[in-house]
Design a protein around this ligand. Structure first.
Ligand code: SF4
Length: 291
């Protein structure tokens, strides 16, 4: 068995920055209590370690008492959330990824130009909620099939942005469909570069692999996208979020296994998956298919 590792593994820089900032705050100011809305990474060990250092994970601002400091995560927040923080007099640290800020700027500019804002992304995803929450009203679509004449009835000018982790090819198809219905469309390609790099690597290396293992959570949009890209090319693609699950994958002894990960997958988890593959006879992993 031969393992080929994706060149881009574990956290993207936005998630890493938020994690490092949180760890720094917890270490520097043990006298303060920090609150985070939702989990920063989908991994119980990382979350437990942060909790042990004092981080409180809550679902709403109602759970944050006066004096608490809120850490806003990399995926960004609605304008309403900032208003709510101000109204409650809560201090906050804003770890919104600079690339998500660009999406916020773009969609506000679209609205200011009198265009109908359109977001390509998953309804209800935190990042999409944050983007939509920058403007008074926006249409959200996640597939070409959702771009219907009914949805776009009366729209003559539209400005389109995309969730940072969306699949490039699907976004292109969606924009094409919108252009067939709306006379004047501007598309701002806001899929972030780290996402594009990961998706392209997965596409390239899946073609050369007998088996693909994507490590990350089912709840992580970017991980699911990587899985879907790979599986469309190679049905022998598996998504796992626990190292033990690799034992359930039947891999022929001479197979080439490509290993990729989502942008919020801790490196420890990847290392453990590789260790388990090695214990099944895999040779030392190589990065990115180098000969
Ligand atoms: S996926 Fe891209 S936009 Fe989102 S946090 Fe990571 S680097 Fe930032």
């Amino acid at each position: 068995m031969k393992i080929v590792l994706s060149e881009t593994l574990s956290y993207c820089f936005g998630v890493r920055k938020t994690l490092e900032l949180t760890q720094q705050l917890l270490a520097d100011r043990p006298d303060r209590t920090y609150y985070m809305l939702g989990e920063i990474v989908h991994n119980e060990h990382v979350i437990e370690a942060l909790r042990a250092k004092g981080l409180r994970i809550v679902q709403t601002l109602d759970a944050v008492p006066a004096g608490g400091v809120v850490i806003l995560q990399s995926h960004g927040s609605t304008r309403r959330r900032y208003d709510e923080l101000a109204a409650r007099g809560l201090e906050f640290v804003d770890a919104t990824c600079p690339m998500v800020r660009i999406i916020h700027d773009r969609i506000r500019a679209v609205e200011a130009q009198g265009r109908v804002p359109v977001v390509i992304g998953q309804v209800g995803h935190e990042e999409v909620r944050g983007i939509v929450g920058q403007v008074a009203r926006a249409l959200v679509v996640k597939s070409p099939d959702e771009v219907t004449p009914e949805l776009f009835a009366g729209v003559s000018r539209a400005g389109v942005v995309a969730q940072s982790t969306f699949i490039e090819e699907q976004a292109r198809q969606i924009v094409e469909r919108i252009r067939a219905l709306v006379p004047d469309v501007v598309f701002h390609d806001t899929i972030c570069q780290p996402t594009k790099t990961r998706q392209r690597e997965v596409e390239t290396h899946t073609r050369k692999a007998d088996c693909v293992i994507v490590i990350g959570s089912q709840h992580s949009a970017n991980t699911r996208h990587l899985f879907n890209i790979a599986r469309a090319i190679n049905p022998q693609t598996h998504l796992i979020d626990r190292p033990e699950s690799v034992e359930d994958i039947a891999i022929p002894p001479d197979a080439a296994v490509f290993v990729a990960s989502g942008a919020s997958t801790p490196m420890e988890l990847i290392v453990e998956v590789v260790r388990r593959l090695e214990s099944r006879g895999a040779s030392q992993p190589r990065k990115d298919g180098a000969a």
